[in-house]
Ligand binder design. Structure first.
Ligand SMILES: C[S@@+](CC[C@H](N)C(=O)[O-])C[C@H]1O[C@@H](n2cnc3c(N)ncnc32)[C@H](O)[C@@H]1O
Length: 274
């Protein structure tokens, strides 16, 4: 068959779970990242048992990034699996915010709380090669992938396995504390795509409806002992809880700003006393 015919086959088989644009995008990611082929749709290809089995997994709702084993974030590919959140484009905007704020800084110290695949600290390490960067996560399995990613992308990150919900003491202070913590309330599950609900780690995503800001409270608590007086906190936030999150940070920080993402949703918060 030609690649054009394979593409049509993907569109037909996946039409019950994705729209045409989504399937086309999945198909092209599959082509490039799994089959290492370019987009010449007249190219002949054998419909192998591997392609058939990959397509079955996609039909079952498995994210394309789990089939290819990698996801693109900021400037690089990161290994991902069922233990790591697939890095999202919104989070790239958080990296951009820090890049703009610290444009010419050299001796930065940064920690990422809830690092998952390590996409945040690794991207920052590449932007700020002289920075000292740490990251923590509760999940040993996620940290394994983050460590692999740091090695593959040739950056030096100090990883800690820690539970942010407990008191943590790391013998360091930081210029930047960054976090994209779990922030989706259980009540928001019904609006979510099945492939996220069934295949991405719930540990990375969900919080209780009545304690939705718990991780932001813990980030603030962590910052008491670990943020330099002139330091800044950057977090990704729940788009529906921008105002509440701002009120929480305002209790402790003088300057608190909410930023919208490219879709116009409240998505990031920055807090500092300086
Ligand atoms: C939304 S994901 C973010 C992952 C990654 N930073 C990103 O942006 O793609 C949240 C991360 O927090 C971690 N996490 C959840 N509960 C935690 C806890 N109590 N302590 C530390 N990390 C936790 C999860 O394992 C997950 O990797």
């Amino acid at each position: 068959m030609t690649l054009a015919e394979l593409k049509q086959h993907f569109i037909t088989e996946l039409q019950t779970i994705y729209n045409k644009e989504e399937t086309e995008s999945i198909f092209f990611i599959y082509l490039e990242d799994k089959l290492n082929l370019k987009f010449d749709l007249s190219h002949e290809i054998e419909f192998t048992s591997e392609i058939s089995s990959d397509l079955k997994q996609l039909i079952a709702g498995q994210p394309i990034q789990h089939i290819t084993g990698k996801a693109f974030f900021y400037n690089d590919f990161f290994f991902v699996n069922e233990n790591t959140l697939i890095p999202r484009p919104e989070t790239e905007e958080l990296i951009e915010l820090i890049r703009n704020d610290y444009f010419q800084s050299q001796d930065l110290s940064i920690i990422d709380l809830g690092t998952g695949s390590g996409c945040i600290p690794i991207s920052l390490a590449k932007l700020f090669p002289k920075a000292k960067i740490s990251a923590l996560d509760i999940s040993e399995k996620a940290l394994k992938i983050a460590t692999l990613n740091a090695k593959k992308l040739n950056v030096d990150i100090e990883f800690f396995q820690k539970d942010l919900l407990e008191d943590i003491l790391i013998n360091k202070t930081f210029d930047v504390i960054i976090s994209n913590p779990p922030y989706i309330r259980n009540l928001e599950k019904e609006d979510m795509h099945q492939n996220v609900l069934n295949f991405e780690p719930h540990l990375a995503l969900f919080v209780e409806n009545d304690d939705a800001l718990i991780f932001y409270e813990r980030v603030i608590e962590f910052a008491k002992n670990h943020l330099k007086p002139s330091g800044t906190i950057y977090c990704e936030i729940n788009q529906y809880l921008g105002e509440e999150t701002k009120v929480l940070f305002k209790k402790r920080y003088k300057n608190v700003t909410i930023y919208k993402d490219i879709s116009g949703n409240d998505r990031m918060i920055k807090a500092t006393n300086s």
